[in-house]
Design a protein. Structure first.
Length: 370
């Protein structure tokens, strides 16, 4: 992918839906047995996080949940391609990437339970807080990447120092002004940022064909940087493509748009009804491309996993589910005045006055009960 932008690349794939290994002239690489088993484990556990959180919402323990069912390969492939010094700006659906960065999935549930605004410190994992405003994180990521340039951590040739940024967003966000402005800034300043678009075919209830007359990855050419479309249900290809794009950014060669072509099997969120706008035939078609099933087929065919491995992984997934269920119910309710604690790094006079006024308001209720 080094050199001039190329929008002529087709769909990059290293593992077919049937679990057959194929090769690609530009993005092919070898994967070790432990690495492959690690990808499989990551996807299985990520799916368990998603299904457990969905169940918790159905039982009234979460106010809402943004599902990722079917997008596990896109997220694990991108997440595992990162180096520790890289930085991630997520949407509100990057549960698999958060897992890869070491964020306790229980911390994700607090946001959707409504007891915090994100309980992890982004500095601990180089993983930003979830962004609810569609597409806003693309500008944040580009600005952070420009800061990396000024800090001298791009293009030095030191693999332990050079860093890049990933901005995650969906196909719907590609229609937002913030995302397109981020493309312009990134191209103008040759910023070390990878724009990772998970094209799950539906931006809430609008098909991608209504948003774009050309494949999304080809939009990058109009801004002057490379675009690549990868099979987002193929964890091997997603890893290889994202790894190459990140290295290109770290080397100082600028941004790349990666379009992970996948399909969200679940709803946009647990409050959405996808049967209103998509056909059951489409869903059945994409079930045959399931990212976990295809990798398991490859692993079993090559003797890299057996029934004992799968059974042990199920036990681990069950333990994770128990951790999420019990931990979610035990999350403490926030103190009302805590909303003022982190508005700014330092409390301003205006915030202090608002805190004091709200405290008096709360005290008035306590007085009425006496």
């Amino acid at each position: 992918m080094a050199g001039s932008p190329s929008g002529a690349l087709g769909l990059v794939q290293l593992l077919t839906p049937e679990g057959e290994r194929v090769h690609h002239a530009e993005f092919d690489r070898d994967f070790g047995a432990e690495e492959l088993r690690g990808f499989y484990r990551d996807m299985v556990l990520t799916r368990r996080i998603d299904t457990e959180a969905t169940a918790l919402q159905r039982h009234g323990e979460l106010g809402i949940w943004a599902q990722l069912l079917g997008q596990e390969a896109a997220q694990i492939g991108a997440g595992r391609a990162l180096r520790p010094q890289d930085y991630v700006f997520p949407t509100y659906r990057e549960h698999g990437v958060a897992y890869c960065r070491g964020v306790d999935p229980l911390n994700l549930l607090g946001l959707f339970r409504g007891v915090d605004h994100g309980a992890w410190n982004p500095k601990d994992n180089n993983f930003g807080l979830y962004t609810i405003v569609i597409g806003a994180q693309a500008l944040h990521a580009t600005g952070y990447a420009m800061g990396m340039q000024r800090d001298g951590v791009v293009g030095t040739g030191d693999p332990d120092r050079d860093a890049a940024v990933v901005a995650h967003f969906g196909d719907g966000a590609s229609s937002q002004g913030d995302v397109n402005e981020a493309f312009i800034f990134a191209a103008s300043y040759n910023a070390p940022v990878v724009f990772f678009c998970q094209n799950n075919q539906w931006a809430i209830s609008e098909p991608i064909e209504r948003q774009s007359r050309i494949p999304l990855y080809q939009r990058a050419l109009g801004f002057g940087f490379p675009g690549v479309r990868v099979d987002g249900n193929d964890v091997l290809a997603t890893y290889a493509v994202t790894q190459a794009a990140l290295q290109r950014a770290r080397d100082g060669q600028g941004p790349t748009l990666v379009e992970a072509y996948t399909y969200r099997m679940g709803a946009h969120t647990t409050t959405d009804d996808p049967t209103r706008y998509r056909l059951s035939d489409d869903l059945e078609h994409w079930k045959l491309k399931d990212p976990i099933a295809r990798l398991e087929a490859y692993l079993r065919r090559n003797g890299l996993v057996d029934d004992d491995f799968v059974a042990e992984l199920k036990v681990e997934a069950d333990e994770l589910g128990h951790h999420l269920r019990e931990g979610c119910k035990a999350l403490p309710d926030p103190q009302p005045l805590s909303m003022f604690d982190h508005v700014y790094t330092e409390e301003t006079e205006e915030i202090a006055a608002q805190r004091e006024g709200y405290a008096r308001y709360l005290e008035s209720f306590e007085g009425s009960r006496s």
